[in-house]
Design a protein around this ligand. Structure first.
Ligand SMILES: [Cu+2]
Length: 137
């Protein structure tokens, strides 16, 4: 009998887990179509953390690109430069904007032709958000 109760508890906690399945919400998603011959393009969006805990994005992947990096642009000595961000933290109830001239996604080496792009945001080993967006010209 004790074993039955334990199994039931596990089922209930898994169900509770799947209900709160949108810890991060994406909005204002814009993926630019790569210029012919270019090996990289940019992606922009806002990420909003709906939970009470910080969410740290450590990796972004896409089936349409060989690699996706989180970048930050900055003006240094009058020259626009960009550098990779190893992680981006979205604080509880807050948003982080990936925008032209600031943080952005660098989508490198498209692996095929496509009209839409999927982005997969990971926090450690957990996939916390999947976004599908049409590419824009
Ligand atoms: Cu970049």
């Amino acid at each position: 009998m004790k074993r039955t109760i334990t199994a039931l508890t596990l089922v209930i906690s898994l169900a509770a887990c799947s209900i709160e399945s949108a810890p991060l919400v994406a909005s204002d998603v814009h993926i630019m179509r790569p210029i012919p011959g270019a090996s990289a393009t940019a992606g922009y969006l806002s990420l909003t953390n709906t939970t009470g805990q910080p969410i740290t994005i450590t990796r972004v992947a896409s089936p349409q690109f060989a690699s996706v990096e989180m970048h930050e642009s900055a003006i240094e000595d009058g020259i626009s430069r960009m550098y990779p961000l190893p992680q981006v933290t979205v604080l509880p109830g807050q948003s982080v904007d990936f925008r032209r001239g600031g943080k952005h996604l660098m989508l490198r080496n498209p692996v095929n032709e496509f009209e839409s792009v999927q982005l997969q945001f990971h926090a450690g080993v957990a996939l916390v958000l999947t976004v599908d967006a049409a590419v824009e010209d």
